[in-house]
Design a protein around this ligand. Structure first.
Ligand SMILES: CC(C)=CCC/C(C)=C/CC/C(C)=C/CC/C(C)=C/[C@@H]1[C@@H](COP(=O)(O)OP(=O)(O)O)[C@]1(C)CC/C=C(\C)CC/C=C(\C)CCC=C(C)C
Length: 599
């Protein structure tokens, strides 16, 4: 009795609920729009086809297995199947692609120096030929082949749409890893094959023996059913990736698409998808790839947090991170104080030129010339139109302060003598970052609902939060910094004998580390509520960025309380406290779900 409804209760609704719970905190507006779009298209496209199959007797349902109501002869349970299957597969595709910055997978196929781009063109054609044959050939197989009816109907129905989606999304479909394409297709397909086998065995639905080929994948699973589920899941995943491809083109090229709303209209998405690949800005894609590589290699906390942001804000945060990191590394790793100085000057000159009211191409290229090629590709993409210049100059002041650790001479004391020095340093290198991140948040805000007073309050809190994170960073890196001749613990905190010696006493250092950590947590506690006043679309991402870094502080605080050494590794760089990958993901997820970290 009501067997079909029970299939849903037992097998399709539970995974849909689990996926909703896992994804709910991670859903962006675009994800929700995409799912709704796919649901509407899937239902509208399948109804006529399915209705034809039922009225011509290819599929039948014993009357006692269905509840009763039908639409164009399709039982309500069947309609629900279109919805729930599309939902499950789309959710899985979204979940598995969360970490991907889609724009970095775009290729300009006219670029002679891009071997991947050139090969894509050929592979696109091969795919198009195969899918055209799948769509057209069954139409010519007539007479005496009634047993192939169901298979023909599947191919003629799915083939043309797959051809179109392939044409729209082949770049991503061919360059994404299997875990972003095949996995979201095959997982639900295998699962539905098993459910289908159970339903066919119980007689919940039947395929007329005269319309099928009679080949079984395994007992009770006809080849047509296996192909049907494979095709429908492929349609959903390709549809979802085609949407991502269109959105990626819109997000990646601000010079072609000046304004992209939070949810791009279907007309704008079509413009994105139809932009010729020869118009893709190669320099921008390469620079973005380089910036992402820097972020992935250098900061696991911010890499994880970047996955929570979407669209252009995510791209600009990655570019900002890479700019700061490249600057910090070039100055820090310089073999001499003079070279470090000259890097600071090059960056300062770059900022002067980039922020000059009159754009002078020759001067800009000259300012870029001293930098290595990869750094240049990142520097040119710094979104100067959305970032105030002052915090970037202050960042350079912070790097200058850092260099004073290495200056030798009679009047050269280490730069961090007092707590005020430490505050000044942290303001330069980290409060500025908070300010810059929030500047991007407000510039990209699709709603523009925040008043000026709230903005100023949040920017001030963001600066303070930056300082808190810098203190965590300092407490974590005490040992590695000491090895490179730096000590950010104010010199005046040490007793006389330690203060004048480069080797400090362990207990004293441990005490000061705890003191700085306590200050970091106090600042965090005072300012974290301001995150809830940020524009809705960026709130979760900022919370995750802050919390995943504060988690390093929590790990250190717990170890201090347990009397364990602070310099350990949780899978990170040896000698530095860090949070293991799965703990970070867990912290990120529960932060998105509304959890507030301990202060
Ligand atoms: C999500 C995302 C991609 C964010 C990017 C954030 C960003 C632009 C960071 C810049 C990092 C950087 C290299 C700066 C140079 C100076 C420096 C070294 C600062 C330290 C950062 C640590 O980075 P690192 O690469 O060393 O990371 P690991 O420890 O290796 O993982 C700092 C500790 C500063 C970080 C400061 C911030 C990110 C600002 C935080 C404030 C906000 C996000 C605003 C909060 C808002 C409210 C309202 C409270």
């Amino acid at each position: 009795m009501y067997d079909y409804a029970q299939v849903h209760v037992k097998y399709t609704i539970p995974p849909a609920i689990v996926l909703t719970i896992v994804l709910a905190p991670l859903f962006t507006r675009r994800d929700i729009f995409k799912i709704c779009f796919l649901l509407v298209v899937a239902v509208a496209y399948t109804i006529p086809w399915d209705s034809y199959l039922i009225t011509t007797g290819v599929w039948t349902y014993p009357s006692d297995v269905i509840v009763g109501p039908t639409v164009f002869d399709i039982p309500a349970e069947e309609l629900f199947f279109f919805i729930i299957q599309t939902y499950i597969t789309a959710c899985l595709q979204i979940l598995l692609s969360k970490s991907v910055v889609t724009a970095t997978y775009l290729h300009n196929e006219a670029d002679g120096q891009d071997p991947v781009g050139r090969s894509l063109k050929k592979r696109k054609r091969v795919g198009q030929v195969i899918l055209s044959l799948c769509s057209i050939l069954p139409l010519f197989m007539r007479g005496g082949h009634a047993t192939g009816t169901y298979m023909k109907l599947i191919l003629v129905w799915a083939g043309p749409v797959l051809f179109m989606l392939w044409t729209f999304a082949y770049q991503l479909l061919l360059t994404f890893s299997w875990s972003k394409t095949w996995l979201p297709i095959m997982l639900p397909t295998l699962y539905l094959w098993v459910i289908d086998t159970l339903a066919l065995r119980r007689g919940t639905w039947c395929i007329e023996s005269g319309t099928k080929l009679g080949i079984q994948v395994w007992p009770h699973l006809d080849i047509e059913e296996a192909v049907f589920f494979l095709m429908t899941n492929t349609l959903v995943v390709c549809g979802s990736i085609a949407y991502d491809n269109a959105a990626a083109v819109l997000d990646a090229f601000p010079s072609t698409f000046a304004v992209v709303p939070g949810i791009p209209s279907p007309a704008l998405l079509l413009k994105g998808i139809f932009l010729s690949t020869s118009k893709y800005d190669i320099a921008r894609i390469r620079g973005l790839q380089n910036a992402l590589e820097v972020l992935a290699r250098k900061s696991r906390s911010f890499y994880l947090a970047s996955g929570v942001f979407a669209g252009r804000l995510r791209i600009d945060l990655i570019l900002l991170y890479a700019f700061c990191r490249v600057a910090d590394d070039l100055i820090d790793d310089a073999p001499s104080a003079e070279e470090a100085d000259s890097w600071v000057k090059h960056f300062s000159n770059f900022l002067d030129t980039a922020y000059s009211p009159k754009y002078d191409r020759a001067r800009f290229e000259q300012a870029l010339a001293p930098f290595p090629a990869k750094a240049q590709s990142i520097l040119v993409l710094l979104p100067t139109d959305k970032l105030p210049p002052q915090p970037l100059y202050s960042l350079l002041d912070g790097f200058r302060m850092d260099q004073r650790f290495f200056r030798k001479g009679p009047n050269q004391d280490p730069p961090i003598q007092t707590f005020a020095d430490l505050e000044r340093y942290a303001s330069c290198v980290a409060a500025t970052i908070g300010e810059l991140c929030l500047s991007l948040v407000y510039q990209h805000d699709p709603d523009h609902l925040t008043d000026e007073t709230t903005k100023q309050k949040c920017v001030a809190a963001g600066g303070e939060m930056g300082r808190a994170l810098q203190y965590i960073n300092i407490v974590r890196d005490v040992t590695t910094d000491a090895q490179s001749g730096r000590c950010y613990i104010p010199n005046e905190w040490f007793n006389k004998s330690s203060a004048s010696s480069p080797v400090k006493h362990n207990e004293e250092v441990a005490r000061h580390r705890k003191r700085i950590l306590d200050i970091a947590f106090a600042i965090y506690a005072e300012n974290r509520d301001a995150i809830e006043e940020l524009p809705r679309y960026a709130r979760d991402g900022i919370r995750v960025a802050v919390e995943s870094y504060m988690e390093i502080g929590r790990v250190m605080r717990d170890r201090m309380q347990e009397g364990k050494p602070l310099d350990f590794t949780g899978g990170g760089k040896k000698g530095r406290a860090s949070v293991p990958k799965w703990t970070r993901i867990w912290v990120g997820w529960r932060t998105m779900a509304g959890w507030r970290g301990s202060a």
